[in-house]
Design a protein around this ligand. Structure first.
Ligand code: FES
Length: 120
């Protein structure tokens, strides 16, 4: 059976804890570049790649609760990744968990589960 899973990676970058409201931060989890933002006290993680033309979102800014891409100024909801007014595809967002030893980012993947084993 095909099942959806999440692979959790601990963030090594401690600057995430000090991220100020409305600011963007580029960091990595494994090989993935991520754009972190704190809005209304809540931390969000987006792929640091705009779905429009692949430019880094972390070079942008926050405006009225949206993350704004600096290249063509498309707006994305940091919680859902949804593009405002459907102007392009949605940004990729990742679940976050605060654990005793730091922040963890979840990377969804699909696998084949057979005989109690995930095969990829
Ligand atoms: S590359 Fe982000 S809006 Fe065009």
């Amino acid at each position: 059976m095909i099942v959806d899973r999440i692979r959790w990676r601990r963030l090594e970058d401690q600057r995430v804890d000090e991220l100020q409201e409305g600011r963007l931060l580029r960091t990595k989890a494994g090989s993935r570049a991520l754009c972190f933002v704190r809005l209304a006290g809540r931390l969000h993680a987006l792929a640091d790649q705009c779905p429009h033309q692949g430019k880094p979102l972390s070079g942008g800014w926050c405006e009225d609760g949206w993350v704004v891409c600096p290249w063509h100024r498309f707006h994305f909801d940091p919680a859902t990744g949804k593009a405002r007014n459907g102007v392009c595809a949605n940004a990729e967002v990742f679940p976050l968990e605060r654990r005793k030893d730091g922040w963890y980012v979840g990377f969804p993947y699909t696998t084949l589960r057979f005989l109690g084993i995930d095969w990829w």
